[in-house]
Design a protein around this ligand. Sequence first.
Ligand code: PLP
Length: 201
Amino acid sequence: MDTMDATLHAALGERRIQHLYRQRSHLTSGCAAMITVDGKPQHNFCSNDYLGLAGHPDIALALKAGADQYGTGSGASHLISGHSEAHENLEQQLAEFTGRPRALLFSTGYMANMGVITALMGRHDMVLQDYLNHASLLDGGRLSRAQMQRYKHSNIEDLAAKLDASHASRKLVVTDGVFSMDGDLAPLVSVAETLRHKSGL
Ligand SMILES: Cc1ncc(COP(=O)(O)O)c(C=O)c1O
């Protein structure tokens, strides 16, 4: 602590006063509905393991078999030499399961949101985002270097007005489907209809 920069030290102190200083709990159990936190059993209402797959025995078995066959690291990105037959099979099966022509795997949701928006949009484009979108979507929009605006949460009138006000030739509307902090659903049908109407399709 003695060597810590004084500004940083003060900022950390300020966070503590505001009860915003965060610390990590120690889990001694795996991810499940009941977990052991700092030695105490607790109900787990804050994971994103919605389907309970993190503790599924079949997946644990497949992971062990995969580690035996491929080891524990790919050693490179997918575009270099890190795309295994197992990745390819999983993408194909996911595409089939969801009825889409292709699927592309990312290691985390954060990376998927960054990757998709930056791939689709560039500096001459416009990205419109729901005000309560996850940080990864907002970061993806910023990194794409497109002009970015946020419309009022789930507010179709505000979205339509912002679409009308923009002169960019390519516009992307980005919304979470289920908003992770509030748990409410985006009005996806209305968003899609508004876009169809505005683009004359
Ligand atoms: C709505 C939403 N999008 C994206 C993410 C990021 O996903 P990940 O934790 O896999 O990076 C989360 C994570 O909690 C999320 O709730």
